[in-house]
Write a protein that binds this ligand. Structure first.
Ligand code: PSV
Ligand code: MN
Length: 388
């Protein structure tokens, strides 16, 4: 099927941000496997990310994680990225790997620890000033493991107070995105477990605070597309951390575990105007490639998002509205399924070629020799990882 021009025009604007950490080694608590060619530095991570962008035209920016990607000169790093054809994107804060944060960071009962976490956010804001990044991402590992361990109510108050201090330092064009997660590493309660809690804090803070929706951070069976629709309705969907899960926060390739779910999510994004630049929604990946190739893993991921976006854009909304309003359950469902079952891959391959991109970016990467080159070149040093 040929893809309508209007759909292709919309797809042309699509950009998906890559996480720097996807290019480093990762694993489970059982084992981290090292891989030949794994970057040792942020510069090497950026070089790998630039490959994904060069072959797909989909990934023009890279998110950094601080302190994993700390450098002395961020202006120089931004310039280096520019030279590779990518930009530095969201700055991810990290308040989960310091001994002081054992019982919490922005929610800790000790004001000194809370201030330390706030100071880390300030450091991230300063980095954003140098990299030109728009978004500060806050994900908290804060929570408790046992009933009675902490004062859940007070921790909400401390969280609000800490977030306010950070929010008040945001520059004119900067934003804060607050990510939620219902468990892990805390197992009894987390301080930002769900979109509602994130929304409550963001709404109290103001316009520049938005919710970050990580697709892996929900209980099984959660209707994520409903959350997308609701947050877009409220003007509070700041960003996505895309990945997919079978069981817990698996961080697998987006669209791999449940392509239909990704389609449903993208359908609500389209319906809610979330693809329009004015909506300001950042589409990011938050993935780890424990056993598969990292660069092809990222290529596959951005292509999956593109394919499901294309299918979502094919939904015949006029027919859908009509069937919904007529109470025609099966017709409405069929409209959606027709779009989902449309194979857009040949059409996208053709379109890619017409824009000077490889028809098959996965095959092009395999044939490029880049992996062999970095395997041979990146000898010695310390391969990047989670730093955990
Ligand atoms: C936490 O599970 C998370 O989703 C947050 O976004 C972190 O920043 C990211 O993973 C990488 O640790
Ligand atoms: Mn995430």
């Amino acid at each position: 099927m040929s893809i309508p021009t209007a759909v292709l025009t919309t797809l042309e604007q699509q950009s998906i941000e890559l996480p720097s950490w996807a290019f480093g080694n990762s694993g489970t608590r059982f084992k981290v496997f090292t891989t030949p060619g794994t970057p040792r530095t942020i510069e090497e991570k950026l070089a790998d990310a630039a490959q994904v962008n060069a072959l797909t035209g989909l990934a023009p920016s890279v998110a950094l994680h601080i302190p994993w990607d700390k450098v002395d000169d961020y202006a120089a790093l931004a310039k280096y990225a520019d030279g590779l054809g990518v930009k530095l994107g969201t700055i991810n804060s990290n308040t989960f790997q310091d001994d002081d944060y054992k019982f919490g960071s922005l929610t800790h009962s000790d004001p000194a620890v809370r201030q330390k976490a706030v100071d880390h956010m300030y450091e991230c804001l300063e980095i954003m000033n140098m990299t030109g990044s728009r978004d500060l991402k806050i994900w908290l590992a804060d929570g408790t493991n046992y009933p009675g361990q902490g004062n859940m109510r007070s921790r909400q108050d401390w969280l609000a107070e800490s977030l306010r201090k950070v929010y008040d330092r945001l520059g004119e064009d900067q934003r804060m995105v607050l990510e939620y997660k219902f468990f892990e590493p805390a197992f009894y309660h987390t301080d930002v477990p769900d979109w509602g809690t994130s929304y409550v804090h963001c709404a109290a803070l103001g316009e520049k605070a938005k919710v970050c929706l990580d697709t892996g951070h929900h209980a099984p069976g959660t209707n994520i597309e409903f959350i997308v629709a609701q947050l877009l309705r409220l003007g509070k969907l700041g960003s996505f951390d895309f990945n997919s899960r079978f069981y817990a926060d698996d961080d697998l390739i987006v669209g791999a575990a449940d392509p239909f779910q990704l389609f449903r999510i993208m359908t609500e994004v389209v319906r809610g105007g979330g693809l329009e630049p004015a909506a300001g929604v950042a589409f990011m990946l938050d993935q780890c490639h424990n056993i598969e190739g990292k660069i092809p893993g990222q290529i596959r991921s951005v292509l999956n998002v593109q394919e499901m976006t294309a299918r979502a854009l094919l939904v015949d909304t006029t027919a859908l509205d009509a069937a919904q309003n007529a109470g025609d359950v099966l017709a409405a469902n069929a409209v959606l399924m027709d779009a989902f079952y449309t194979d857009v891959r040949p059409g996208l391959a053709e379109w890619r070629e017409s824009r000077g991109l490889p028809a098959d970016p996965m095959a092009a990467f395999a044939a490029s020799g880049y992996q062999e080159h970095i395997n041979a070149e990146r000898q010695g040093g310390h391969q990047a990882g989670w730093g955990a």
